[in-house]
Structures are given as structure tokens and as C-alpha cells.
Design a protein around this ligand. Structure first.
Ligand SMILES: NC(=O)c1ccc[n+]([C@@H]2O[C@H](COP(=O)([O-])OP(=O)(O)OC[C@H]3O[C@@H](n4cnc5c(N)ncnc54)[C@H](O)[C@@H]3O)[C@@H](O)[C@H]2O)c1
Length: 356
């Protein structure tokens, strides 16, 4: 006797890594980034509708594992994500992730997705959104310090949303810079490999730091930062893990995602807890000023917030039709009688016994 198959409610759409790559490559990374940024922008505009909490983090000496939940009252989303800066030494990623979207109405998951690629895309889309509102008008040159997994996504998103034409790259490991330069060749962006952070930030209108190191590092010192630049500080995203010298923060206007989370995780952990910052959604919703003048230094102190992942999952869910029939996982038990879960288990044992 064949074993019983999944019931009609068992199957949950599943986006594998292969599916995600087909989805993104199908429309092109830059177009995907633009569409994703629009979802994040729309959700930031309705910020008040979301349930918000700092993420739950489990720290170890090697890294961190985090759960990032949020809900808009209609759907619930969460992401599992890690951050282990030494992982690349044995072939593992620094950051891996997966996540889920569920109906609030009945609690049933509607999408399970890989989110390692999606996190790089959403982090880049959020940085580009911040730069769209905060970077100097007519920005043409970007510097990226830290040329690992996030780097090319950051460059393409800023080009797509802000129109830069040149990127200056620096990494302590020259192989990372070579990798990024190779991947960006043919993109139409002029790529300059630099020998130091100092050299990379020269003439840059937008500076992105995305290094991985589990300590208070000083990737940028005060003397490197002239007036009028915008900084996306991506890599400082955990207690005791920062990238900018404190003096830069003191000369800048600082924009964050969700202040209660960023106080403990972002660059601003170096500042007095009362130091004024602005949440980015306020600028996007027209409730706070962004860049006021050409000389101002603006910093987007990015740590990554659950609403961005929720937006990313919504975006993927709405685009699934583009990859045809999505895969489905037999994830949810679906007994004929919802209260007869044990009966379903017992019948499966009987069916398996009869088949032997
Ligand atoms: N803010 C967010 O939403 C967000 C999202 C994803 C990742 N991150 C963080 O971004 C950082 C980068 O992530 P990744 O996946 O690209 O990591 P990765 O390990 O792939 O790349 C990091 C790169 O930084 C380089 N590096 C380390 N110290 C440096 C230094 N002093 N100067 C120049 N380069 C240096 C390394 O050689 C490596 O190439 C991590 O710290 C990660 O936690 C933040």
C-alpha cells in the first residue's frame, strides 16, 4: 500500500538557493534591487503599522546567531541569520540566513525562503535607499572598504538608485578586491583597486564600510572624512563590533533603522545613549530632514532590521510567478480530522507495516 502523501494544506512554497538565483538573474540584479528597494520604502512609510522589537541575539566568542521577527498585523515574518567573521577561513560564509512569511489570520506559513542571497540584496537595497535620501546630489564616486560577500550588491544597488559611475575598492585581503573587481567588470562601472582605506575614500561622495571583524575596529579615522560625504556603515552590527572612529560620529548627522536595536548594535554604541539620531523611516515619510546642506556629513548606521527582511520576503512572494511553479515543501501536518494528529501518525505506521 502506498504511504499517504501530503494533504492539501501540507505544502508550503519554498524558494531554494537555485530558485532565488533564477529569480534574480531572470530580471537582472539591478532591476531586482530597484524593485526590492521600493518594497522597503513602502514598508518604511507605514512604519507605525509594524510590531517592532530588537532582534534576539545569541552571542558566542566566534559570532552571533539572531532571530528577527516582525508583523504588520496581516502577515508575520522572521529571519534566522548568523554572523561569524572567521567562517570564510574554512570555506563558510560569514552570514547565512533563511526566513519565513506566515498569515496572521491562521498562523500558516505562506513562504519559506533562502535568505543568504536575499540578505545581501536587502542590505544593499536599504543602503541605497538611505543614500538616495542622504547622499550629496550628483554623487558619482563610491568607495567600498571590505570587498567580501556584500560588496558587489552594495555597489550595484547604489548605482541603480543613485547613479554612481565609479567605485574605489579596498580590502586587507587583495584577493577579495580582485574578486569584486572581476565580478563588476562589464557592469559599466569604472572600478579602481586601492592600496589603503585612505586612498579608497579620496574623492568618494559615498563611502560604504562592510568589513567583518569581531571587535571595535577603526576602518575610517576622522582625518579621512572630509565634508559633504555620506557613509553607509554596514559592518558594525553587534555589541563590541564597530568600524568608525567615534570622532567621525561626533561631526555627523546619524540615521538609524530602529533606534532601540541600533543603540546596542550600531556605531552609536560608542556614543552617549542620549545622543540624537534620526530613524530613516522618518526621512522617507517626510517627517524629518535628511541632508540639509552640501557640507554635512551623513551616516547611515546600518545594523539590519526585521522590517527590511519582511519587505524582502513580500517582494519574493509577489515575484514567485516569474520562476513558474515554485517548489513546495511538505512542512505542515494536515490530518483529515484536524484534531486527529495522533491518528494520522498511527495510520502512517500501519501503512508502512503493510508495505513491508
Ligand atoms: N548591516 C546589515 O544589515 C548587514 C547585513 C549583512 C552583513 N552585515 C555585516 O557586514 C560585514 C561584511 O559581511 P560580508 O558577508 O561581506 O563578510 P565577508 O567575510 O564576506 O567579507 C568581509 C571582508 O572584510 C575584509 N576586512 C576585514 N577587516 C578589514 C579591514 N580592517 N579593512 C579592510 N577590509 C577588511 C575581509 O578581508 C573580507 O574580505 C559583516 O560584518 C556582516 O556582519 C551587515
Amino acid at each position: 500500500m502506498p504511504s499517504p502523501g501530503p494533504g492539501p494544506l501540507s505544502l508550503v512554497p519554498f524558494v531554494s538557493v537555485a530558485d532565488m538565483m533564477a529569480l534574480v538573474n531572470g530580471i537582472g540584479a539591478e532591476r531586482f534591487l530597484v524593485e526590492l528597494a521600493a518594497y522597503i520604502e513602502a514598508d518604511f512609510r507605514r512604519w507605525h503599522m509594524f510590531e517592532k522589537t530588537p532582534r534576539l541575539a545569541t552571542h558566542s566568542k566566534e559570532g552571533v546567531i539572531e532571530l528577527m521577527p516582525t508583523s504588520d498585523g496581516v502577515e508575520f515574518g522572521f529571519k534566522f541569520v548568523n554572523g561569524h567573521p572567521l567562517n570564510t577561513r574554512d570555506g563558510r560564509q560569514t552570514v547565512t540566513a533563511f526566513g519565513m512569511l506566515a498569515n496572521v489570520r491562521d498562523g500558516y506559513p505562506v513562504l519559506l525562503s533562502e535568505m543568504t542571497i536575499l540578505t545581501a540584496l536587502r542590505t544593499a537595497a536599504t543602503s541605497a535607499l538611505a543614500a538616495k535620501y542622504l547622499a550629496p546630489k550628483g554623487s558619482r564616486t563610491m568607495a567600498v572598504i571590505g570587498n567580501g560577500a556584500q560588496c558587489e550588491f552594495q555597489v550595484l544597488a547604489i548605482r541603480a538608485l543613485c547613479g554612481i559611475d565609479t567605485v574605489r575598492l579596498y580590502d586587507i585581503d587583495a584577493r577579495a578586491t580582485e574578486k569584486a573587481a572581476h565580478n563588476l567588470a562589464g557592469s559599466g562601472i569604472s572600478v579602481v583597486a586601492c592600496a589603503s582605506s585612505q586612498e579608497a575614500v579620496e574623492q568618494a561622495d559615498i563611502i560604504t564600510t562592510c568589513t567583518a571583524d569581531k571587535r571595535n575596529a577603526t576602518i575610517l579615522t576622522d582625518n579621512m572624512i572630509g565634508s559633504g560625504v555620506h557613509i553607509n556603515a554596514i559592518g558594525g552590527d553587534c555589541p563590541g563590533k564597530t568600524e568608525l572612529h567615534r570622532d567621525i560620529l561626533l561631526r555627523s548627522d546619524i540615521f538609524v533603522e530602529y533606534e532601540p536595536q541600533t543603540r546596542g548594535e550600531g556605531e552609536i554604541q560608542q556614543l552617549d545613549p542620549g545622543h540624537a539620531v534620526t530613524e530613516l523611516w522618518q526621512v522617507i515619510a517626510g517627517q524629518a530632514a535628511g541632508r540639509r546642506d552640501a557640507g554635512q556629513i551623513t551616516i547611515f548606521d546600518s545594523v539590519g532590521f526585521a522590517i527590511e527582511d519582511f519587505s524582502a520576503l513580500r517582494c519574493v512572494r509577489d515575484q514567485l510567478a516569474r520562476i513558474g511553479q515554485p517548489s513546495k515543501l511538505d512542512l505542515l501536518a494536515d490530518p483529515d480530522d484536524p484534531r486527529d494528529l495522533f491518528g494520522m501518525l498511527r495510520r502512517a505506521a500501519q501503512t508502512a507495516g503493510a508495505a513491508e
